[in-house]
Design a protein around this ligand. Sequence first.
Ligand SMILES: Nc1ncnc2c1ncn2[C@@H]1O[C@H](COP(=O)(O)OP(=O)(O)OP(=O)(O)O)[C@@H](O)[C@H]1O
Length: 324
Amino acid sequence: MAHLAKKHANRHDLPELLKDVPEEHQEPVKQMCLKMMSHDAYGKPYEWSTRDFECGAPLGRGKFGRVYLARERHSHYMVAMKVLFKNELRQGNVQRQVLREIEIQSRLKHPNILRLLTWFHDESRIYLALEIASEGELYKHLRNAPNHRFDEPRAAKYTYQVANALNYCHLNNVIHRDLKPENILLTSTDDLKLADFGWSAHTPNNKRKTMCGTLDYLPPEMVEGTAYDDSVDQWCLGILCYEFLVGNPPFESDSTEKTYAKIKRLEVHYPSHLSPGSKDLIGGLLRQSGRITLVDVMTNGWIKDGMTKRAAQLERGKENQAKN
Ligand SMILES: Nc1ncnc2c1ncn2[C@@H]1O[C@H](COP(=O)(O)OP(=O)(O)OP(=O)(O)O)[C@@H](O)[C@H]1O
């Protein structure tokens, strides 16, 4: 399926394709590339179908989708196959949402956005062949972390990666609008993949007024029903960063009204364990207007320092594993 990323690659491109692959993986990766290049689908239009995949263990289940590990028969390339039943989509009245998700996700290509490799359908089902994020939902990792929160280096790295993905979306006129730990997946290499573009929207420059997203993550302009633009995603990134560090979103309450009121008053309580750098960053994002940009987030000192520390943590983890 590498043809989707690099349509016209051929055998002569192998040295270039393999140049960043570690020595010990060169041969298997080369064989995989050769297999992909010999596939009927390589660089040409191709009608994928269930015949092309072997279905394996279930990976999870959503409101509409069941997700399975699957393997492309020819190349043995592994994917996460999401299967949606058309009658369930019709009953839930979400056909348009799913089509928008497919349309948007298939053209977004970024290391922190879950790739939709291909999709096809039969009479009763829609199949989405997705890149695998083997560690699953980030939400689960947050729940399982000590005190249900990440340490600052981990939170900083993840905030950077989400900012990077959102920045790419905005450059491509897409607003995500539904950021939350449940819509982010984690890979085996500790990298995030933004998923679930069901609520995202194309933004042909004008401001929008649709109310959507998750209550705890709603920015004041969406609560008030006024026009909004892509800076809603910066607000949500501020909420996400807070939730990473504290374990719950800042405006969480026991009723919708109370949450709305807190959002409108920008009533954020910062626990004492938060560093000044993290509070500064969150404060810059959780503003009614004049939010800091995603590039400001990516170049922020607290973020950069945290990323260096996270890389060192992971390195130490690898060394310890090697010793045991
Ligand atoms: N690409 C993937 N790699 C690995 N696991 C995945 C992948 N996509 C989904 N999963 C697993 O399958 C579960 C269900 O995925 P799905 O996208 O249907 O869920 P959802 O977004 O929670 O559903 P919904 O939007 O219908 O509420 C996820 O929670 C996750 O554990």
